[in-house]
Design a protein around this ligand. Structure first.
Ligand code: ZN
Ligand code: ZN
Length: 261
């Protein structure tokens, strides 16, 4: 059984919990640690979990809303921490004073075995040094976690094929972004090929990987100023042919409910 719960999503800080069960074996991974550790602990306690119930942390890239509190997390928990070599260099993680072997290198298309959970990292086009996003599997069902990318490369689409659930970025509405008070360079960066997915881009990606057994799509990493949950929900529900209300949206403060893949 594979399920996931976003604990907070957006530029203020990202964290997503993925859990797989195989008989008595339970494996839990945290993807990104953009929340302060006391706040992360509080959000875990709200679902009856502790930091010690996790088996590791996967950091997708060095932007602070993803890696911001990973160092403290690693030092407090002693858990293994996966990131790409480029991410390690970009955040100088080799100087974090971690336990030997705590820092592990993740590579595109090289599977990571985490007990009941199998992770398949894949590279994405984003303005970070070597960003990776994740496909997670319990051997039966698969979840694709995908935020922070400027466009859907063929590698991204290939990496998500056949997923039963997706946590998918719907960052901005193009019109809202073009009319926003953001400085021109920032608008250009966000809308560019190494920035973030618009609702329209995300819907096109969803269309490309949609299949009859895709049962759950959560919209994530919404811009609080340049998007609205209703616009993201409308974009996804158009592709999936469901009502807009049926699309869960990961909230910056409350994340999402648990969803099964
Ligand atoms: Zn981000
Ligand atoms: Zn980013």
């Amino acid at each position: 059984m594979l399920r996931f719960k976003n604990l907070g999503s957006g530029s203020a800080g990202n964290a997503t919990l993925v859990e797989a069960r195989d008989g008595l074996q339970v494996s839990r991974l945290l993807i990104d640690c953009g929340l302060r550790v006391p706040e992360l602990r509080r959000r875990l306690q709200a679902i009856d979990l502790q930091l010690s119930d996790l088996q590791g942390l996967f950091v997708t890239h060095e932007h602070s809303d993803h890696v911001g509190h990973a160092r403290r997390f690693a030092q407090e928990t002693g858990l293994p921490l996966w990131m790409s070599e480029g991410t390690r260099l970009a955040c100088q993680a080799n100087e974090w004073k971690l336990a030997p072997d705590q820092l592990r290198v993740a590579r595109d298309s090289v599977t990571i075995d985490l007990g009941a959970l199998e992770l398949s990292p894949f590279t994405v086009p984003h303005d970070a040094r070597e960003p990776l996003q994740l496909r997670c599997s319990d051997g039966d069902r698969s979840l694709g976690v995908l935020t922070d990318l400027g466009h859907a490369s063929s590698h991204v689409i290939q990496s998500l094929r056949g997923c039963h659930a997706l946590l998918l970025e719907a960052n901005h509405d193009r019109d809202m972004l073009s009319r926003s008070s953001y400085p021109a360079f920032l608008r250009k960066r966000i809308a560019g090929p190494l920035g973030h997915l618009s609702n329209e881009d995300a819907a096109a990606l969803l269309h490309a990987v949609c299949h009859p057994a895709l049962s759950c799509v959560v919209a994530a990493h919404l811009s609080e100023r340049n998007n609205s949950p209703a616009l993201a929900q409308a974009a996804f529900s158009d592709v999936l042919g469901c009502s807009a209300d049926a699309i869960p949206v990961a909230d910056p403060e409350t994340g999402s409910d648990w969803h099964r893949a």
